[in-house]
Design a protein around this ligand. Structure first.
Ligand SMILES: CC(C)(COP(=O)(O)OP(=O)(O)OC[C@H]1O[C@@H](n2cnc3c(N)ncnc32)[C@H](O)[C@@H]1OP(=O)(O)O)[C@@H](O)C(=O)NCCC(=O)NCCS
Length: 169
């Protein structure tokens, strides 16, 4: 049984679980800003920065199963005066042994429901070209905009292209 909840308060236990999720995800191909292997202190520092940023600008959801964190996603709400209607989907992660069970779809549905209720009309995101995430986003109704070649490195250090998507909600 998977449950999805938004996170409003940090705790050491949650930080450790999210650090483990990030280490596992990057170790299994996630191109989310880190190179594999992610050091535990790097992962902890990252999540503690996320916790500090939670609030009007950033919302975090986690997926839990049997007390374990099996996935997460973030929504970065644009704070510019002329962009309050849009938000960016960031760092969608599902633990490698829990993939293809619909967890990312549940997280994205929750995020989208929240964004709509929050008055957002546009979601944007980018992801590694050719990754499984592309299929996921297309299945969720996102429109593929185009690629920027050599934008980032894969988790194992190879230059790769990034693809941009948007969805009106
Ligand atoms: C991409 C990712 C989030 C998908 O999570 P997930 O929980 O396995 O996704 P879901 O089970 O909800 O998948 C729903 C649908 O998306 C598509 N999909 C998901 N992963 C896919 C993959 N690796 N290859 C092809 N299609 C995929 C399928 O159509 C799938 O439906 P199906 O399983 O019935 O065929 C997960 O693989 C992951 O964490 N990858 C590493 C991190 C990453 O790339 N994140 C995106 C950063 S922008």
């Amino acid at each position: 049984m998977i449950s999805i909840r938004s996170v409003s308060e940090s705790s050491d236990a949650l930080l450790e679980k999210l650090a483990a999720l990030l280490i596992d995800s990057v170790g299994n191909g996630a191109s989310v800003g880190f190179l594999a292997p992610v050091a535990p202190e790097t992962a902890r520092r990252y999540w503690s920065e996320v916790f500090s940023a939670l609030g009007p600008g950033l919302v975090l959801w986690v997926a839990e199963a049997d007390g374990e964190i099996v996935g997460s996603v973030q929504l970065s709400r644009c704070r510019k005066e002329n962009g309050l209607h849009r938000a960016e989907v960031q760092k969608l992660l599902v633990r490698s042994d829990q993939r293809r069970k619909g967890i990312a779809s549940l997280l994205m549905n929750e995020l989208e429901t929240f964004a709509r209720a929050d008055g957002k009309i546009l979601l944007v995101l980018d992801t590694e070209t050719g990754s499984g995430a592309e299929r996921l986003y297309q299945g969720l109704g996102f429109t593929r905009l185009g690629d920027i070649p050599n934008y980032a490195l894969t988790s194992d250090g190879q230059l790769c292209s990034t693809t941009y998507y948007f969805k009106h909600i």
